[in-house]
Design a protein around this ligand. Structure first.
Ligand code: NAG
Ligand code: NAG
Length: 334
């Protein structure tokens, strides 16, 4: 066992500094070694491995992320935590987990998809098992929709074959050409296998601004009638949301069989953010940058944002989206 410390050193320095070819030799050495030790987590400390049956998602980390970095979204927080934990604790899911996140920009949809990815794959969005598709980037041309459908099916089949717990995130669903998303319907359905591949352990997340207006209206109605927004329940929003998205030509899910056939497990509403939530984002951003919170500057930054509706000015119309950029101007004074 004298060999082990030396090899460990080689692995550590190797993974940091060596060229890809020598690195693959080092990894080869590691896999031989793991064969001897039958201790795969050793190997997976250096090379990202697809999580197996024994690997639980880190729901503590997911809960912490949702508690500490997502503001003003009591519905999304609850639904996401329950959905992901429940899905992962089910030894035999009958279909992949499919979540559709809705709300205006800057309300935290992207954040949440990253937290989910990170709870399944440590490297989060950098993981080779987490795939992000952006409508305007990956599928820009309407006339190539047939090609895109083929590509999408090939990619998903390839990726799920390589790792059953792959995570697929579709951003800008509202900019996706109608019909394109139906190409993935077979993968989301209740099939045990398709051509020898089971998709039941994968996760699909759709991000969309569609339905945002409707969510804002419900939030505003609650506010105007003097009720706390925390009283808004999923049942106030989820059913109307799925109908609205189905009937909206610019939702990416217009007349989609995914909705028709009930293949989307949860429609998750993201509420518009108030002044106080904006301040929470600003503070979190300052702390993440390693600076001390200065209330006066927090107020100044928050006041730079614009709010709607015109009369009451309750909600930030870009959510927390521009906080990072705006803060740059104040960074020296913090
Ligand atoms: C899960 O996440 C928590 C909080 O980030 C961390 O302390 C813990 O070590 C993680 N557990 C595993 C098994 O990675
Ligand atoms: C996995 O998906 C990516 C797109 O995110 C694609 O480029 C890649 O070819 C796919 N891998 C396989 C094995 O199909």
């Amino acid at each position: 066992m004298q060999l082990l410390p030396g090899l460990l050193w080689l692995l550590v320095s190797g993974s940091a500094a060596l060229e890809p070819i020598s690195l693959s030799i080092v990894i080869g050495a590691a896999s031989v070694l793991t064969g001897y030790l039958s201790y795969p987590s050793f190997y997976c400390g250096f090379v990202e491995c697809c999580p197996g049956e024994a690997d639980r998602p880190n729901t503590t980390a997911l809960k912490e992320d949702l508690d500490n970095k997502l503001f003003g979204q009591h519905l999304a927080k609850d639904v996401i935590l329950k959905a992901v934990t429940g899905f992962r604790n089910n030894p035999n899911p009958k279909k992949p987990l499919t979540l559709s996140l809705h709300g205006w920009g800057g309300t935290g949809k992207n954040f949440v998809s990253q937290f989910i990815a990170k709870s399944i794959h440590k490297a989060g969005q950098k993981s080779k098992f987490v795939h992000l598709f952006i409508a305007t980037l990956h599928f820009p041309h309407e006339h190539q929709i047939t090609l895109y459908k083929d590509q999408l099916q090939t990619w998903i089949r390839g990726n799920v074959s390589a790792c059953a717990r792959s995570v697929f995130i579709f951003d800008e669903m509202d900019k996706l050409h109608p019909g394109l998303i139906d190409a993935i319907k077979p993968f989301l359905d209740y099939y045990e296998q398709i051509d020898g591949v089971s998709y039941r352990r994968a996760i699909f997340i759709f991000l969309s601004n569609a339905g945002g207006d409707l969510i804002n209206k419900v939030a505003l109605d609650f506010w105007r009638s003097g009720k706390d927004r925390k009283q808004i329940q999923l049942k106030d929003l989820e059913p109307v949301l799925s109908v609205a998205v189905f009937n909206n030509k610019n939702s990416g899910l217009w007349h989609s069989s995914l909705i028709d056939k009930n293949l989307i497990d949860y429609f998750v509403p993201f509420l518009p953010l108030e002044y106080k939530h904006l301040k929470m984002c600003i503070k979190a951003e300052i702390e993440a940058g390693g600076k001390k919170i200065n209330e006066a500057i927090v107020d100044e930054v928050a006041k730079e944002m614009t709010f709607f509706p015109k009369d009451e000015k309750i909600y930030s119309d870009k959510g927390c989206k521009l906080v990072e950029q705006k803060l740059l101007y104040y960074w020296e004074r913090l």
